[in-house]
Design a protein around this ligand. Structure first.
Ligand code: FES
Ligand code: FES
Length: 174
């Protein structure tokens, strides 16, 4: 038996200790927001927050999570979650949606530890999208992480830049 707290609720998993957290969440706890993508630690679709940090749940056996605090997309609350939701809508990010819970969870974890991440820190979120929403995700991430006054100045400088814009950033776009 493995005990942990998931979205504020204490849970006991009576599963093989080698069961990946992703399947414990999806199959035993009915929390299906974290998605199964590559199963190889490469895509980020399965991202959840473990003890305050983003983690790939497909690669985490529950045996090592006794007493851990887990937050999934279903449990996101607070200022970072609200800012992200608003930014996601404002930038019209959504497409098929499969990768988005993992992206939102990864960015929430970053914003909770660092409310003003740098461009390299934002681009270092390595989640993959097969639909190509990467440029819109980057714009939403900037919007969610920058104060309103600074955002207006950033948007203006982007418009008058030499064309090197978010749409050309390779990260998150494949
Ligand atoms: S399913 Fe976990 S990283 Fe791809
Ligand atoms: S929106 Fe379809 S995989 Fe990202």
């Amino acid at each position: 038996m493995t005990r942990m707290t998931v979205n504020g609720e204490p849970l006991e998993f009576r599963l093989d200790p080698q069961t990946p957290l992703l399947w414990a969440l999806r199959d035993a706890a009915n929390l299906t927001g974290a998605k199964y993508g590559c199963d190889g630690g490469a895509c980020g679709a399965c991202t959840v927050i473990v003890d305050g940090s983003a983690a790939l749940s497909c690669a985490l056996p529950i045996a090592g999570l006794e007493g851990a605090e887990i937050v999934t997309i279903e449990g996101l609350t607070g200022q970072a979650g609200t800012a992200l939701r608003e930014a996601w809508e404002a930038e019209q990010v959504s497409q098929c949606g499969y990768c988005e819970p993992g992206m939102i969870v990864a960015l929430t974890a970053l914003l909770q530890s660092n409310p003003r991440p740098t461009e390299p820190e934002l681009e270092a979120i390595g989640n993959i999208c097969r639909c190509g929403i990467g440029p819109r995700v980057l714009r939403a991430m900037r919007r969610a992480s920058v104060p309103a006054g600074v955002r207006r100045a950033s948007a203006q400088s982007e418009r008058f830049s030499n064309g090197s814009s978010a749409a050309e950033q390779p990260s998150l776009s494949d």
